[in-house]
Design a protein around this ligand. Structure first.
Ligand code: DLZ
Length: 162
């Protein structure tokens, strides 16, 4: 996997002006919940570390990664956040659904980003094995939840700067 070449938790320092007023939704798939729970904890702690207030981090769950797009759309409608982080884990070695699910979510989140002009982050792990998933949710390759949160913060910063 490409992510074996980098640590998903390593990031450049980022200062976000007005962070205390920033609102972020986190939508988490319950499928492979041990992995996605770890991704969620990584994302939330990264947001807190960057000055986002706990009350402004809204975490919701959906049954599986396929439902991330609708979940993201619903939370966007309700909370009008600055970003929506979508977290899931599709173990590709285990299911032929994988390609359909991942393509659908990637397309869905791209459409939502362009429609609503805020980042909808694709924080979906697509490892071949459970071991690779563990390595990328707080193991030797870091935590994709942290990477997803940093991506959201960078995009929020970019939008504020334009
Ligand atoms: C059905 C299914 C399968 C086989 N595998 C996964 C998976 O590895 N990761 C995941 O997040 N979800 C999986 N799902 C569930 C689908 O995302 C979806 O919830 C169902 O197809 C119902 O729409």
């Amino acid at each position: 996997m490409a992510s074996a070449l980098k640590n998903l938790s390593s990031h450049r320092a980022l200062t976000l002006n007005g962070a205390s007023n920033v609102r972020v939704c986190v939508v988490v798939s319950e499928w492979n919940h041990k992995i996605t729970g770890a991704l969620s904890r990584g994302a939330v702690s990264t947001l807190l570390d960057h000055g986002i207030k706990e009350k402004n981090i809204l975490v919701h769950t959906v049954p599986g990664s396929f439902e991330l797009t609708l979940g993201a759309s619903l939370v966007n409608q309700k909370y009008k956040p600055d970003a929506v982080i979508c977290l899931g884990c599709v173990i590709t070695g285990e299911t032929r659904h994988a390609e359909y699910i991942c393509n659908a979510v990637a397309q869905g989140l791209t459409i939502l980003s362009l429609q609503h002009q805020i980042p909808f982050i694709f924080g979906v792990l697509t490892p071949d094995t459970q071991k690779q998933a563990e390595e990328r949710s707080g193991g030797k390759h870091g935590n994709k939840g942290i990477e997803a949160a940093m991506t959201a913060l960078e995009l929020i910063k970019l939008k504020k700067s334009l």
